[in-house]
Design a protein around this ligand. Structure first.
Ligand code: CP
Ligand code: NVA
Length: 302
């Protein structure tokens, strides 16, 4: 049987993504009702972190516990990976002992190489290029608050980064229009934009990009690994802040999302992120349930 991986949203079909979204909402209701559901009993998820995390680590670890399994936190500093053991060898060894592997790392090629040499499913928990698990939670959150996102308009404000790339993939997979407001020099991968030109456009002006939008999304100006560019980026992104004026341009039912952690006063103002149309807390909580649906999909014995 071929092993399924989840390195980008494109590894699943739109129908499978819809199924996982619905299942995430169901698992959430079951959990809140106190129902015990353990399809991953005796299974282990190895979690390899080469970058920091709050939400991703907790949601995968708690998720595995809730599904009856176990999660193993592996910091690259404390494993031989951090001392140069080849990714290919690590993938063969780790996958021979666990049932699934989750990786947060730098280059996307690292998760691709890992998956190629792994005998169990590999999940991308953020690379420099993509953050697909966050999109599972974001899409579930939109659906729970406003119904289907199909045919809606989403505005991305800020850096053309890993989250932005996953929003481009999501536009194709979930069927929405995406306007990207980013400063010149911080564009997303233009091959990805061009490949999705029927749904995705770059709009330099933030207010124009937000006009009548159904969902406004942003992220930090300097991602993990770009800490030294913080000051430079603060100048470059000064006109790419989600503030009240931007939200007022959007549809009156528009939601605000941010994958977190957020910097109030930089990419978003406090009055926006702490307002009632901001669903960032549900978005964070849904990481748990969306990923449980993903883990069940990839790892439960059929
Ligand atoms: N949104 C997100 O992935 O958060 P963490 O970096 O805390 O995992
Ligand atoms: N773009 C951010 C997302 C953090 C969850 C980063 O890569 O640091």
């Amino acid at each position: 049987m071929t092993v399924r991986h989840f390195l980008t949203l494109q590894d699943l079909t739109p129908a499978e993504l819809r199924q996982i979204m619905q299942r995430g909402t169901e698992l959430k209701a079951m959990h809140k009702a106190g129902e015990i559901f353990e399809p991953l009993k005796n299974q282990t998820l190895a979690m390899i972190f080469e970058k920091s995390s709050t939400r991703t680590r907790i949601s995968f670890e708690a998720g595995m516990t809730q599904l009856g399994g176990h999660a193993l936190f592996l910091s690259s500093n404390d494993t031989q990976l951090g001392r140069g053991e080849p990714i290919e060898d690590s993938a063969r060894v780790i996958s021979s002992m666990v049932d699934g592997i989750m990786i947060r790392t730098f280059g996307h090629d690292i998760v691709e190489t890992f998956a190629k040499h792994s005998s169990v499913p590999v999940i991308n928990a953020l690379t420099d290029d993509y953050h697909p698990c966050q999109l599972l939670a974001d899409m579930q959150t939109y659906q729970e608050h406003r119904g289907s996102i199909e045919g809606k308009t989403v505005t991305w404000v800020g850096d053309g980064n890993n989250m932005c790339h996953s929003y481009i993939n999501a536009a194709a997979q979930y069927g929405f229009k995406l306007r990207i407001a980013c400063p010149e020099g911080y564009d997303p991968n233009m091959d990805l934009v061009n490949a999705n030109s029927d749904r995705v456009e770059i709009v330099r002006n933030t207010l124009d990009a937000a006009e009548n939008s159904d969902l406004i999304v942003t992220d930090v100006w300097a991602s993990m690994g770009q800490e030294e560019e913080q000051k430079l980026r603060e100048r470059a992104f000064a006109d790419y802040q989600v503030n009240k004026e931007v939200m007022d341009k959007a549809d009156k039912e528009a939601l605000f999302m941010h994958c977190l952690p957020a910097h109030r006063g930089e990419e978003v103002t406090a009055d926006v992120i702490d307002a009632k149309d901001s669903v960032v807390w549900d978005e964070a909580e849904n990481r748990l349930h969306a990923q449980k649906a993903l883990l069940e999909f990839l790892m439960a014995k059929k």
